[in-house]
Design a protein around this ligand. Structure first.
Ligand code: BGC
Length: 784
């Protein structure tokens, strides 16, 4: 049970009613606003106090040297790190002659609310200065989902008991000093003042700063415009220097009078555009935003989100925390990807600098599944970013002596950023994950243009990689040796089942897509010989199985390893990687995160078609006691397979873990940014777990079953131009076609058609009782 909640439990909002300065960094992540292009952490308007100031532009990073104690061929020479760009959020306030700073004086009332329907962060507070003046401050902030470059704040101050002189300083601040040492001193040096000034301007209410990163050479322009509303006389002045541009607004207010500043901030960056062009770009974005006005921006935001929720909402009856969390998760997943537009979707979105702002396979296997069925346009954009990075991926493959493309394990600009090759270079599954996401998107939308302009190239280049990475043995069996699967407590393993099954799907899908589009395939030099070789490899791929135990092996030989001594591992020794050497983790049966279990979800048909009905349950029962969930990517995958195998109670507990990862700060690192994959995983646990939603070729199937605690679960899916609503109760499920032409689906194995004539209801068969699987001691999910 989660106790001491920081946020009130409400269906459509995340609300904080007390300000705990120790939790400031965590709430800055939770209250972060983003549209996938611009990200503003939930820093207090006044800039201080802060946990971690954060303003990010997707794709803006700096390079730093990657040090190696022992050099080796093919190691990346420099690392990429997201940087804190020019901060447009800051509105400092002076009350009489004292700075409004919540570390001093008395905070009488405080409330911050992230409104998931309006897409704004609202703040309300009353504060008494050390000298005894009390003011009320209200602010509303948004990062526009409709105008990609724009963020805006409405900031209002009002004295409560006496005539008060008020000064608001609205600023753009570059090169803010960041708290704490940033790990390696060489990295810290590269990141200290990463922005070199090129231009500063302040004319009336308009401010602008243009900078350029030192090594990566990216130009960043940020401009602001203001509308000031206060009693006469209210005066303004503005000034700028290289790193600060400031509008100062002064007024004397009687109780009941208000001074309001509406600030609109435009952001832009480029590796190629000139300084004047960048200045014009942000000025033009400001002009467009001014055309909408503050009220227009707020209304557009609401309309955008109404449309999103109409397509994407998930309703849960019976657990209010999960209801809130799934909407919070969907909101942040949307924010991470909505307007990323041919840029990466980082593991933390644009909510913090954790993982250096890198994108991993999290995007394709956790975030894109949600967006495919709720906001599919964003998926095409994210995969077009991968396509645009193909030149770097081809170079990397060539450097590794392989064909095709080897996508990076972690990256911002498309080049490999991992300095630890056993869990970086060797994690080749990321290539099949990208291919899987491309196929998922193409099938779920029927977007043939995408197949031709993006999907096919991604599939061909990844298929080529697998064909050259693996080999046929003298029996003709195809092996992929020496790779790392999702479980990072096993590395450089042979025939990892997840990797092999995903590679198999990649090879077959590439051959099929080339057959569908022979002209495009020919352009990429694919001939019949090549696609036949892909099919041969796919059909001969080795899937290791232990006949004695009746279970698949996570990788060849895995079940022979010594089991980790869980009984002698203390609760405070998790995560294991921080307390035990990797070499020991690698040679024992201990699993960081769902691997074979994930394969049973993503490649479920293999297990259905080639195994007996009980195989999935047997595998799950075998791997559960070995899985420690030292990654936040695990619980949601385990939830899906627990639900599939009828362990609904366990699935429920895992769902709650994924759902509350950040709202309850379960891993104590939400301050670094949100766990976007786990938030997306909440949707996955509900929709694929309890909804039993699977994509089978070009149709959807469902095997819904609810845990006891839920009285109802309802969700909506976008599929091939339709919007389908699924509503599940304790003993029946109802399918309603909200828009689009009739759709054939399957419910617990039986085909049915939904059309405009009305909902179709079917009974839910009882699940087969099975003994509850064990987890390692100390690693059971919290029972709710
Ligand atoms: C996990 C990876 C994941 C990364 C970023 C690691 O702890 O093991 O699977 O991609 O975090 O979320």
């Amino acid at each position: 049970m989660i106790t001491n909640r920081t946020y009130a439990v409400e269906p459509w909002a995340v609300r904080e009613t007390e300000l705990n300065l120790d939790l400031l960094a965590q709430s800055e992540s939770v209250f972060a606003l983003s549209n996938g292009h611009v990200g503003w952490r939930g820093n207090l308007d006044e800039g201080e106090p802060h946990g971690l100031p954060g303003s990010y532009l997707n794709g803006v990073y700096e390079l730093h040297p990657l040090p190696y104690a022992e050099a080796g061929y093919g190691y990346p020479e420099s690392g990429q790190t997201v940087i804190n760009v020019t901060n447009g959020k800051v509105l400092r306030l002076l009350v009489d002659d004292e700075p409004f700073d919540l570390r001093y004086g008395r905070l009488v009332k405080h409330e911050r609310t992230l409104d998931l329907r309006r897409g704004v962060l609202e703040r309300f507070c009353e504060w008494t200065s050390p000298a005894g003046s009390t003011v009320r401050v209200r602010s509303t902030r948004l990062v526009s989902l409709t105008q990609r470059a724009i963020a805006a704040v409405s900031y209002e101050v009002e004295p409560l008991d006496s005539k008060t002189r008020v000064v608001i300083q609205s600023e753009l601040v570059a090169n803010e000093s960041l708290p704490g040492p940033n790990g390696d001193p060489r990295t810290a040096k590269a990141l200290k003042s990463p922005l070199q000034p090129e231009e500063d301007m302040a004319v009336g209410p308009r401010l602008r700063l243009v900078h350029r990163t030192r090594t990566s050479g990216l130009r960043v322009a940020v401009a602001a415009d203001h509308v000031v509303d206060g009693p006469e006389p209210t005066s303004t002045s503005s000034e700028s220097n290289t790193d600060v541009a400031r509008l100062t607004v002064t007024s004397v207010l009687e109780p009941g009078q208000r001074l309001r500043v509406q600030k609109t901030v435009a952001h832009g960056w480029s590796g190629t555009r000139s300084r004047p062009a960048m200045s014009d770009q942000v000025e033009a974005a400001l002009a467009a935003a001014a055309h909408s006005g503050w009220d227009g921006l707020v209304a557009e935001q609401r309309a955008y989100l109404d449309d999103f929720w109409g397509r994407a909402d998930v309703e849960v009856d019976g657990d209010e925390e999960i209801q809130q969390a799934v909407r919070f998760g969907l909101f942040h997943v949307l924010q991470a990807g909505a307007r990323a537009e041919q840029r990466a979707i980082p593991a933390k979105g644009l909510t913090g600098s954790g993982y250096d702002g890198h994108a991993f396979w999290d995007t394709e296997m956790f975030v894109l599944p949600v967006l495919t069925y709720t906001a599919p346009k964003a998926v095409a954009e994210a995969l077009r970013w991968r396509r645009d990075t193909l030149p770097a991926a081809r170079d990397r493959a060539a450097q590794l002596g392989l064909r095709g493309a080897a996508f990076p394990w972690r990256t911002i600009d498309g080049s490999e950023g991992s300095a630890y090759w056993p869990a970086g270079t060797a994690a080749f599954h990321v290539n099949a994950d990208i291919a899987h996401a491309a196929v998922r998107y193409a099938v779920a939308t029927g977007d043939a243009d995408f197949e031709r302009d993006t999907g096919l190239e991604l599939l061909v280049e990844t298929a080529r990689l697998w064909r050259s990475l693996g080999h046929h043995d003298h029996h003709g069996t195809f092996h992929i040796d020496g790779v790392t699967g999702p479980d990072e407590y096993s590395a450089i393993a042979d025939d990892n089942v997840y990797t092999n099954l995903m590679a198999r799907a990649n090879l077959l899908a590439a051959a099929d897509m080339c057959e569908r589009h022979p002209d495009v395939a020919a352009r990429f030099g694919v001939d019949d010989e090549e696609s036949a070789a892909w099919r041969d490899a796919a059909e001969a791929v080795h899937i290791p199985y232990n006949h004695e135990l009746g279970v698949h092996e996570q990788h060849a030989g895995f079940t022979r390893y010594q089991r980790w001594d869980f009984t002698r591992t203390r609760a405070d020794q998790y995560p294991l990687m921080l307390h035990f050497p990797y070499f020991d983790l690698y040679r024992k049966q201990v699993i960081k995160q769902a691997d074979l279990v994930l394969a049973m979800y993503t490649c479920g048909r293999f297990f259905d078609e080639y195994s007996d009905e009980e195989q999935v349950a047997r595998n799950f029962a075998y791997y559960e006691p070995l899985t420690v969930r030292d990654s936040s990517l695990s619980a949601c995958c385990q939830a899906v397979v627990a639900a599939q195998t009828g362990h609904l109670r366990l699935a429920y507990d895992y769902t709650a873990e994924a759902a509350l990862m950040d709202l309850a700060d379960l891993e104590h690192n939400t301050r670094d940014g949100l766990h976007i994959a786990s938030l997306a995983g909440t949707w996955m646990a509900l929709v694929a777990g309890f909804g039993g939603t699977r994509r089978e070729e070009d149709h959807l199937s469902f095997t819904p079953r609810l845990p006891e605690k839920f009285s109802r679960l309802a969700f909506r899916l976008q599929f091939r131009g339709r919007c389908l609503r699924v509503e599940i109760g304790a003993d029946r499920a109802t399918y309603t076609l909200l828009s689009g032409s009739p759709l054939r689906i399957r419910h617990h194995g039986k085909t049915l058609t939904v059309n405009g004539d009305g909902p179709v209801t079917r009974a839910i068969p009882a699940s087969k009782p099975r003994p509850a699987p064990e987890q390692p001691p100390h690693r059971r999910p919290n029972a709710r």
